[in-house]
Write a protein that binds this ligand. Sequence first.
Ligand SMILES: [Zn+2]
Length: 512
Amino acid sequence: MKHSKLVTLAIAFLLVLSLVPNPATGAPAKPKISKEKQAVLDWLARPEAVEKFGQISDKIWEYAELGLQEFNSSKLLADTLEAAGFKVERGLAGMPTCFVATYGSGKPVIGLLGEFDALPMLSQKARVPKKDPVVEGAPGHGCGHNTMCTAAAAAAIALKDAMDAHGIKGTIKVFGSPAEEIVASRPYMIRAGLFEGVDAVIDNHSSSGFSTEYGVGGNALFSTIFTFKGKTAHAAGAPWVGRSALDAVEIMDVSTNFLREHLPLSHRIHYVILEGGEAPNVVPDKASVWYYVRNTDEQLEDMYQRVINCAKAGALAAGVELSSMQVVSAIHQRHANKAAAELFQKNIELVGMPAWSDDEQAFAKALQKELVVEEKGMPSKVDSLAAPRGGQFTGGGSSDVGDVTLITPTATIDFPGSVPGAISHHWSNVACFYGSTAWKGLNAGAKAIAASVIDLLTKPEELAKLRKEFDEYSKTRPYKPFLPADATPPNALNKELMDKYRGLLEQASKIK
Ligand SMILES: [Zn+2]
């Protein structure tokens, strides 16, 4: 063998070695990280940053404010962004708790979504692995929204620092989005033009895993309050004089329950009775029922008309008037951008799953034991990017992020913090989203968000991939809101409940 051939072989061998996993750690060779990306990762990795945004998240967990009553949560987040140098506009799109925080100028414009509302009836003590409310019946953060706009704010402030230090061009916008739990802000924010000129959006959600996804997901939804008006009467003395509005609600509910048999598998219908009279001996002259009517984008409107027919049938049978149908919100399914998800996945893998302490593992296992699920503790690895599930779509939850996905390329980064097996919209999830695991999870989420924004700001070819896919997709699915043009944000919907519990929750957080 000639000497030159030996050199070539040696070089080839070294090249192969550099591509195979490191035999000492088993980890694949790390991708090269740009100085701009390293800057945001380093900024967020500082213990002060973990603690600062962890404290904000815990504070919002304690406020536990319901949709459109998130005055303290929204203010804390908006003030934090303003103090960091963002221009903050508040009270947007007709919602007092909606804000947009902007930094930078010119193109590209990258939007970060951030939610912060709680759920009714879920109050639960933090890190206690059995049902034990802070205030019986009060709201609680059963979907981790306390960590979410907080993660977006942390990412945005890290990005501002890197933009200043490295002269990165473009604009960052944090969309402080109230009332996701009643899916009520994004269609109104879009209608108000807040997303105009935004080139791509990164949504985020709390989870037990660290993942992203693409394709069509969740259900579209009409959220509507049906109100009936009848006539009062003594319910025993002269019931024939009265016309019961509650009868209309009950007949409507019976009708929709019969309707289920004749709906496609992708549907969901559920309701709560908001008003049904105040005493059995007075025929109720007013009653109302709040419906969530869910299906695919294609089937929603037809199904909604059939539910309206059930309401009319109730009114006719009870001899009362269907006096109003208030559309609280109406939203599309999610159409997540594949190119965005592929980009986010790379950054999720770069950031990796946080390391959990013995205490965090012990809490996770205690909670899993209580919930009678596998006691496997916290996860050690991020998820891989899965293709959308094929086969029959059998429906599911909804998010008003759906409408955003139809106006600009959007995908969601789900970040850890909850315990695998904890149940969404349940006390067990509320118990998870406070303290060190939530802090670490939201910090990891912020890193993946910020790293993805760096890619979108500094690599025009990456943003171009998202835009190209979106432009082609939107030709077949142009955005047409389900939200009726005359609908107004339901600002007072949760007022009474929140007024009842706000003081009690404040008191409890002081005693703690
Ligand atoms: Zn949620």
